[in-house]
Design a protein. Sequence first.
Length: 728
Amino acid sequence: MNRREFLKVSAALGAATTVPTMLGGCATRPLPGSGDVTATPTVCNMCFWQCAGTLYQEDGRPWKLVGNPDDPHCDGRLCTRGTGGIGAYDDRDRLRQPLLRVDDGGGQRFEAVGWDEAFDFIAKRMNAIGEQYGKDRLALLSHGDGGKHFQRLLQAFGSHAYAHPSFAQCRGPRATAFGLTFGEGVGSPDRTDMAHSRCIVLIGSHIGENLHNSQVQTFTRALDKGATVITVDPRFSVAAAKSQHWLPIKPGTDIALLLAWTNVLINEGLYDRHYVARYCSGLDKLVDHVQPYNPEWAYLETGIEPAVIRETARLMAANAPATLVHPGRHTTWYGDDTQRCRAIAILNALLGSWGRPGGFYAQEKVELPPYPAPEPPKPQQDWKAVLQGDYPLVGSGISNRLVERSIGDDAFIKGWFVYATNLPMTLPGATDQIKAAAESLELMVVVDTMPAEITGFADVVLPECTYLERYDDLRNKPERTPTLALRMPAFEPRHQSRPAWWMARQLASHLGLDAYFPYEDYTEVLDWQLKQVGSSLTEMQRVGVKRFPRKTPLYFEDGRDIEFNTPSGKIELWSSLLAGTGQDPLPRYTRPDRPPPGFYHLNYGRAPAHTFGRTINNPQLFELMPENNIWVHPSAAAVHGIVSGDYVLLENPEGKRSNRVRVRVTERIRPDSIFIVHGFGHSDARQRLAHGVGADDAALMHNVKIDPVTGSTGMRASFVRPVKEGVG
Ligand code: SF4
């Protein structure tokens, strides 16, 4: 028996009993809103965009969620997933009490325990790790608001290592590339000024299916005003359908197109000479670098006609600086992703759109002081140097690297806290590695609202309450208008679930670290912070959102010199930091792998009804989209003898197969590609709706390409083929 055998959270635990709602005879139901209605401010947690809204209850029951009209993240409207927040609260499959893995001699299982017993167990294991290996051997893997409480707990203990998969599996190359070029990143929400754009270029960014609320709203505003949209995508996405130009590019060749566009802007003298001369460095090197990459060369790589490349480059220039070459969000594709994002950043610089209306605005946040508390002790070692010293330009933890460094007896990391991230469906093709890490680790604590694949590997599972049942930190994001927003409980936590701040606070007591958490209730922290900026918890409980005046200009001011946060103080077309670390200082094209005969590029994306795998089991959202399907071109469908509505398995070249998944035959995808919405194919039976429906793309990924600059995982270099059920 393995030390940590993968377990589904025991069926005996927390089995929900549902009582069917009986409508009494033919009695007329009262109209919604005619009962006793109360309103509670909240901040949506159905994705990371963090829109502020209001939860309405009627007669003590949840009624509806609506957007807060004062909030710039949502402008008064929540997206489909946001309105489904009540489904997360109501989910019958929620984790209900702390669970502890026990070895009963013949096997392993989870048993329900009280909070004190769970905390005692964790504290004992943490102290044992600290004594045997050192206090810096724990790590946090986290996605979401509550993770910071566990980060503080681990830092107070002496462990500073952390990683958010949202870096190495998503936005890392973009953040790094824009940082290298402009000295700062794009932020979240993105600083894109689309409402004022006259030309928008989308490269693999499927806005509309990817429902980042205010971004979609500003995109539609630009469309209403007649903006030109150029969409580069192997798939005819919703955004492509709104575009003047759809460029169905060969997968993996985006850098070739970007270099060709740069070639045209430079050789036809279409770039913003005044802006480049004033703010940029490295133009001479860029001019030389792009000479070989003309549209005729790019045609052979990308399949995009030279005339189309020239026409679209001229359109960008004609509308500059109100041309936005969108930086995208999920940018970990082919392993050369920092270079691709650099090429996008350079195009924006040549068009003069950084800091200009219709391009990228300057972000600002509220200067909110941290709550007074002791500084955590300095770590014994520099964990970044130990774990990821070969990526010197990366300031964040690299989750896949952290997993690698947790495997084996001599692994540096000995314990994990996993907060709200289902690693087996997040890290590509990494389930075996996660299993191996779990085997080696001496402690794994998983904190979440729902059971998921990762909870099966845990020693201890801690049930968090949903965002409608808790306070979290004030939302204070860098954005167009500095704004604070409050999330507060509308309901008491269900079952024995508790907020993250409470768990971290209690665990600190069990570890003798109370001094680092000098409050009994998180409302003390929030109220203190709000009073420092002229507000109060009482005011925020009433208004939910409060705007503050800007102190800095939204755009570059004419005639003002700017010092960029780069080594040269300029926008670096040629990156001195990349050159200094042995990387290409200018974007270089690498020809991508092509699928073996009979296989197709695996292209994946999002749908408006779901946020990754986290919402599939949500009863409201499941009803809207209960399974994913695969998009297959008619010519490929004919080869495999499949038609729309058939169920097939997806198989990768290593023979790994997916769950059965439905086929959609459509000309809206290139013949060499298959598209699938990410997040389906859950294997944990405790998610009773999500279990077994649809296919999991992450599990099929086999040709993961590591970006040499950021260490992030290129996830679009995998191949699959459809296989009829029962064949092979
Ligand atoms: Fe919620 Fe949608 Fe806003 Fe995300 S974009 S925070 S899901 S309303």
